[in-house]
Design a binder for this molecule. Structure first.
Ligand code: FE2
Length: 630
């Protein structure tokens, strides 16, 4: 009988320890039949599957197997030899009909079981018609559901010197890891201009909003803020020049005890004014939500230390809200929900998997570490932040209810907060451009696979993905505006854009600058150990030093933000897919276009930054990681 030959090329990955010396077997399965399980052997012998190796083999078959559907791979050790992990990147198969198929793998094979991998063409569930394909799709998802369990956004889980700082000189000396921006912060932290700047371009650009009417619990009057009658609040509000930062979700939150000392966390209200010089200046600060005689409203015209102390309490409140709501909840935990739902509901062969898998890299791992090292009972946040422990649970629970779909989509969020035309708002400008570039890419890829709304509605795997996110990430609350199902291509494209934006750009914006802005403790105390002044004229430098966190708290805070700001060693920038699961021409072309647009945008940002006193670098594409990894 005449045999037909398949030429099989195996690409082993270039990761450390990707090599295996075990025997590797393959079986090819197609629409018309299958090959025997065949050992892959060539002249290279044992180094055929070494790190980075590309090795070709011949697999004979009695007859053609038709269109390739999937392959089975397994590796077996020789007796007495250890089991060795192996990381194949992909397998290429050239059929006797001269068709080349690519099977993306990009994962570890650690055991001697048989593993199935699908041919690279993306297939949605309703077009995966062959019995074999259907079977392996179901099996893959069943296994993944066992491996990845949904954790409810578990709110219930969710150096030793206890001396105070003697003087600023000591504090200066402890601040030894410098970055250019951290230096700048150390120099300018007391200035009102910089205080205002951070609401737009610091690591928490998410709180400030345009103020059209003063909240009833913030009784600021004209003569308080415009001493010489230059203007009226009412008028300035009408012109859109008044802004508010309201920390009300911190109101009444249980304050931590650190090194046996009670800590203080305020829930301030901050009023800001956009000046004719286009600077955003704080004009009034009330540290507690309920107006009272012992809760004075502070102004820039108060004594140097009264005003500075008010700002320090605001910055400490900002640290706590930023880390828990803006950083942990709205990027890390959300990205985890998107990831787990993807892994449980969407098989490797699905176009959504191929598109999103790169944006989930290391997310589960880093969140496990965060749970262990930051917010566990003995975690650094629990021990050294004013809201650590019970307070954290309250803040996360309240933050959950403010986590709406529109607040996660930057174009909607900026409009909702009335910030469309605030000058020098680089987070907004860069963020909107990135959103746009990501959206065009997502539209291209998903538009290629979904030609009409009916195909979206029909895709049961896609629907399970969003449904799990709605139920587990947003606790089935319709008021969040999160879709419960996808009814159109446009709806799908917007949601997937949000997923990629949140895991990449948004995380970078609220995370990469942590050491820059929070490393210098006075700009972002994790906690404060004296209550704020209850009347004016009682503060001085000594009051400030007494209020600052003690030495051990400061140093732990510094060490953590340093660690959290470092780039991972195998950093992959936005839009780069070294392990591309797409094999078809269109998505590969779209990826290239995506990268070109990002490069073009990067050049624009760099040109803009050249003309800025303080460059805004957190959304430069080369600095933005594809996924939440740190
Ligand atoms: Fe992070």
């Amino acid at each position: 009988m005449k045999m037909v030959n398949y030429e099989v090329t195996v690409f082993t990955g270039s990761l450390d320890h990707a090599t295996t010396y075990n025997d590797v077997y393959i079986k090819l399965m197609g629409t018309d039949g299958e090959s025997c399980r065949t050992q892959l052997r060539d002249y290279k012998g044992s180094s055929a599957f070494a790190r980075g190796a590309v090795s070709s083999f011949t697999v004979p078959c009695p007859v053609s197997i038709g269109k390739l559907l999937l392959i089975e791979l397994d590796k077996q050790r020789f007796s007495l030899f250890p089991e060795e992990d192996w990381f194949p990147d992909k397998v290429e198969i050239k059929s006797p009909e001269e068709v080349t198929y690519t099977v993306p793998i990009y994962r570890w094979i650690t055991d001697s079981k048989v593993h199935r991998f699908r041919e690279g063409t993306a297939l949605r569930v309703f077009e995966d018609n062959h019995r074999l394909g259907r079977y392996s799709r179901d099996k893959e998802l069943k296994r993944r559901k066992e491996e990845y369990r949904m954790i409810e956004l578990k709110l219930e889980v969710l150096a030793n010197c206890k001396k105070k700082w003697k003087d600023m000189h000591h504090l200066n000396r402890a601040f030894w890891h410098k970055t250019h921006m951290a230096d700048y912060v150390q120099e300018h932290w007391k200035e009102d201009v910089f205080f205002g700047y951070q609401y737009l371009n610091g690591i928490n650009p998410m709180l400030i909003r345009r103020c059209t009417a003063l909240p009833s619990n913030f009784p600021v009057t004209d003569d308080m803020v415009f001493l010489h009658g230059q203007s009226r609040l009412e008028e300035e509000m009408k012109k859109g020049n008044i802004f508010l930062a309201d920390y009300k979700i911190l109101d009444g939150v249980k304050q931590n005890v650190i090194n046996r000392k009670k800590q203080y966390l305020m829930a301030p209200l901050v009023l800001l004014h956009k000046t004719p010089q286009d600077q955003l200046m704080p004009v009034a600060i009330q540290l507690k939500q309920t107006p009272a005689d012992d809760n004075p409203i502070f102004f820039p015209t108060d004594s140097e230390y009264d005003w500075l102390m008010a700002k320090i309490f605001v910055r400490s409140a900002d640290f706590n809200i930023h880390e828990l709501n803006v950083h942990l909840l709205r990027t890390h935990l959300l990205a985890e929900v998107f990831t787990v739902s993807l892994l449980r509901n969407v098989p490797m062969v699905h176009p959504l998997y191929k598109l999103l898998i790169h944006h989930t890299r290391y997310t589960l791992q880093i969140n496990i570490l965060a749970r262990l090292l930051l917010i566990s009972k003995t975690g650094v946040f629990t021990k050294y932040a004013a809201s650590g422990g019970e307070g954290m649970i309250t803040i996360l629970r309240r933050s959950m209810s403010s986590m709406t779909y529109s607040s996660l989509c930057i174009p909607d969020d900026i409009a909702e907060r009335g910030l469309e035309d605030v000058p020098n708002f680089h987070y907004r400008d860069d963020g909107l451009r990135l959103w746009d570039i990501i959206s065009r890419f997502v539209q291209g890829v998903l538009g290629h696979y979904y030609k009409n709304d009916a195909e979206v509605k029909q895709d049961s795997e896609l629907q399970k993905w969003i449904s799990d996110i709605f139920v587990h990430g947003f606790l089935s609350k319709k008021s969040t505006g999160i879709p419960q199902s996808f009814t159109s291509v446009a709806e799908l494209v917007k949601f997937v854009t949000m997923v990629i934006f949140t895991s990449s750009a948004q995380h970078a914006a609220v995370s990469s600058g942590q050491y820059d802005f929070d490393g210098w403790m006075p700009n972002a105390p994790t906690s404060l150990q004296c209550p704020p002044p209850t009347k004016k004229g009682t503060t001085n430098e000594a009051t400030m030093l007494d209020t600052f966190p003690d030495v051990s708290t400061t140093v732990h805070g510094m060490a953590v933000v340093w660690l959290l700001s470092k780039q991972s060693t195998d950093f992959v920038p936005l839009g780069h897919y070294p392990k591309n699961h797409f094999t078809e021409e269109t998505p590969c072309k779209l990826i290239k276009e995506f990268q070109e647009r990002l490069e073009e945008f990067e050049a624009n940002v760099k040109a803009r930054n050249g003309s800025l006193g303080v460059p805004y670098t957190y959304l430069i594409p080369a600095e933005v990681e594809n996924s939440v990894t740190l």
